[in-house]
Ligand binder design. Sequence first.
Ligand SMILES: [Zn+2]
Length: 217
Amino acid sequence: MLDTLKQELLTAVTYLKDQKMRFLGKGSMTVFDRANNLIAAEPSADYPAISIADIPVVDISGQIVEGTGSPCIDLPTHIELYRAFPSVSCIIHTHGMYTSAWAQAGRDIPIYGTGHLDFFKEAIPCTRALSASEAESGYEISVGLCIAETFQKKSLSSEATSAVLLFQHGGYVWGSTPTETANRTVALEQIAMLAYLTEKINPDIVGLPRNIIGHSE
Ligand SMILES: [Zn+2]
């Protein structure tokens, strides 16, 4: 079941490890087959070598349909995002060093260069802090709802801005395929590093003027 998607998930996870995107906790990845309402989820245990057989398939309520491995602990967050963003079919959660630094600082990543625009059309938003009751009443679901709320309040499109910073934690990136989403995940880390260095070199720098935005290549 979903063998092609599982293979693509496996390839993307291997790529993320090669790109050193899996330190400080391994993060999580899922792929959603919208036609069949089924999700292939990265297993929760830190398998040294994941095989296709280790990848569980769950339905949209998170119930395991196939596979013996437990799905990643962030699965409820992924499910809330699939519900909120109808064009999304793949989600990657990462703890990239610079991505997480911006998330911990609670700052959006401004658009400081045209390279940012090659992947994301707006600043990368950072969520608000969860309240104590949100955290206690199902942390992972609350995270998904909080991300959706961030996009709604800022009138952002999940297609133009396919990433978010989870305050005090890390990043979530999405797309239509595992390859596209993995590439965006690596790009987000690169953009986060560049933005940090840009502010170090020139603390007075301001974001790109709107007339430049839309002219990148
Ligand atoms: Zn995490």
